[in-house]
Design a protein around this ligand. Structure first.
Ligand code: ATP
Length: 279
């Protein structure tokens, strides 16, 4: 299937899931196969912030791994700015739920690792790394090791580590779920500030519908598995710039929340029943 574009020949999507299916060997019974994701067609425009919400275990991380090029779909394909994705997605930066910092490297050395890997001269990489540490509010913390930083600070380092590479696509898998609510909202606002300055395509995976609405241009709802696929798409026509805490009391936010929850609720209940069966 061709990637969607408009009649004026607008730019190809930054990321396009073209009829993706992902089937795994079942964890419970090796003779069985489990289709986590099926019939998934989703395009993310350059500069667009899209959140994907869905019940637990439905296949959100699977889709993100496919976009990152870490997992090859069983069928269908991914295109990146119109080019079929082969292997690792070099135009994407990732930020996952788990801590990704190298504990033996200082904050600055963590931020510059990717630049060094790409062959950038040390002085240049360190200058850029310092610049990004300052941008995420950690000027002067470059010599600290991860264990000397709070959870929120470590997330900021991880954010700098991702953004310093200037990716055209940012893939985020519940990056702030381990943080307390205040730190989380600060980080969400920081991400929105950084995003609005550079306008990269973002695919943001979250369990949290409030977070999805507060941050995004569009929220996509996934069905419960097996064969997870998008079952609803909502344009978030809330004004920007947004403060993620304040926007929650906006009447349109409340309206959108009710609409999306109307679709998501049933899938969450189905997902919950399935999880219970697995236990
Ligand atoms: N490598 C794998 N082998 C077998 N099954 C897998 C594999 N990866 C994922 N699955 C299964 O595919 C389904 C989707 O998993 P995935 O981690 O993508 O869900 P998720 O929506 O991100 O979950 P959560 O909301 O709990 O983070 C799950 O049932 C999971 O057990």
């Amino acid at each position: 299937m061709p990637a969607p574009s408009n009649a004026a020949g607008a730019a190809a999507p930054a990321l396009f899931f073209d009829d993706i299916r992902c089937t795994f060997v079942s964890k419970d019974d090796r003779s069985q196969r489990y289709t986590a994701v099926a019939d998934t067609r989703l395009a993310i425009a350059p500069g667009e912030f899209v959140s994907v919400v869905g019940p637990t275990g439905c296949g959100k991380s699977t889709l993100l791994n496919v976009a990152a090029g870490l997992l090859e779909p069983s069928s269908g394909k991914v295109t990146v700015f119109g080019e079929p994705l082969k292997g690792i997605n070099r135009r994407a930066g990732y930020m996952f739920q788990a801590e990704a910092l190298m504990p033996w490297r200082s904050a600055l050395d963590n931020v510059v690792a990717g630049l060094q890997f790409r062959g950038m001269a040390d002085g240049e990489a360190r200058a850029l790394g310092e610049e990004w540490l300052a941008r995420v509010g950690l000027a002067g913390f470059g010599d600290r090791y991860p264990h000397q930083l709070s959870g929120g600070m470590r997330k900021r380092v991880a954010l700098a580590q991702t953004l310093v590479l200037d990716p055209d696509i940012i893939l985020m898998d519940e990056p702030f779920s381990a943080l307390d609510i205040q730190t989380r909202q600060l980080m969400e606002n920081e991400v929105l500030d950084l995003w609005s300055a550079k306008k990269k395509a973002v695919l943001f995976i979250t369990h949290d519908l409030d977070e999805a609405i507060a941050m995004s241009d569009r929220v996509v709802v996934l069905s419960a598995g097996p064969g997870t696929h998008p079952i609803g798409e909502f344009t978030i026509d809330l004004p920007r710039p947004r403060d993620v805490a304040e926007i929650r009391s906006h009447p349109r936010f409340v309206e959108l929340h009710a609409q999306i929850w109307g679709v998501l609720r049933e899938e969450v209940l189905k997902g919950y029943q399935q999880q219970k069966k697995k236990v």
